[in-house]
Write a protein of this length. Structure first.
Length: 92
């Protein structure tokens, strides 16, 4: 998620919804070095216990959560095959 300025990442604030699942960098205000965190699409970015609303987040690498992957969460192939067989029987 990049801004119109391709060199600078899009920063997110506490309370905003996570736009894409992945690895984010949490940037704190003065008390701690930045670090990686995992965030799942649809969650809210949390405030920091120390710097509160001053913490910011940006995408380091988007990685889909397994529950957001069609091949892993879509209908099972067994169920799909059974439905296909039933549909073919109905055509005869």
């Amino acid at each position: 998620m990049m801004t119109p300025h391709k060199d600078r990442p899009q920063f997110y604030r506490p309370g905003q919804a996570v736009p894409v699942s992945g690895i984010y960098i949490a940037v704190h205000y003065q008390h701690r070095a930045q670090h990686e965190v995992v965030a799942i699409r649809g969650e809210e970015f949390p405030p920091c216990r120390v710097c509160k609303e001053e913490v910011r987040f940006y995408v380091a690498r988007s990685v889909p959560h397994m529950t957001h992957d069609f091949d892993l969460t879509g209908p099972s192939s067994e169920l799909t095959n059974e439905r296909a067989k039933a549909a073919k029987k109905g055509e005869q």
